[in-house]
Write a protein that binds this ligand. Structure first.
Ligand code: ZN
Length: 100
């Protein structure tokens, strides 16, 4: 279930605080939805997604894609690497159950 969808309507040139890797939208969601970011996951398929989640103090899940041909080359390693969204959901469920 989706509680809310956030998106940045600005161009890169506008240097807004909500365009990744800035975390403005995450902080807004944290306040509006009362999130505990240290127990939240940021899922994405690019290096900038992993940077964004890590900057916000979230756990990060990288979905394998052509955007990251070699995950080992990332500056910030994701907490988990999976092949698709379903696998990401399974990782989150396992974490919630305390299974490592
Ligand atoms: Zn923006």
């Amino acid at each position: 279930m989706l509680d809310k969808i956030y998106f940045c309507p600005h161009s890169k040139a506008e240097n807004c605080p909500c365009r990744k890797p800035e975390i403005g939208l995450i902080l807004r969601a944290k306040d509006e939805l009362n999130l505990d970011l240290s127990h939240s996951f940021f899922i994405g398929d690019s290096e900038i997604d992993i940077q964004t989640g890590a900057c916000a103090g979230m756990k990060t899940i990288l979905i394998e894609s052509d955007l990251v041909p070699d995950a080992a080359s990332l500056e910030i390693m994701p907490d988990f690497i999976v092949r698709d969204l379903l696998s990401a959901a399974e990782v989150i469920l396992k974490q919630e159950r305390g299974v490592k």
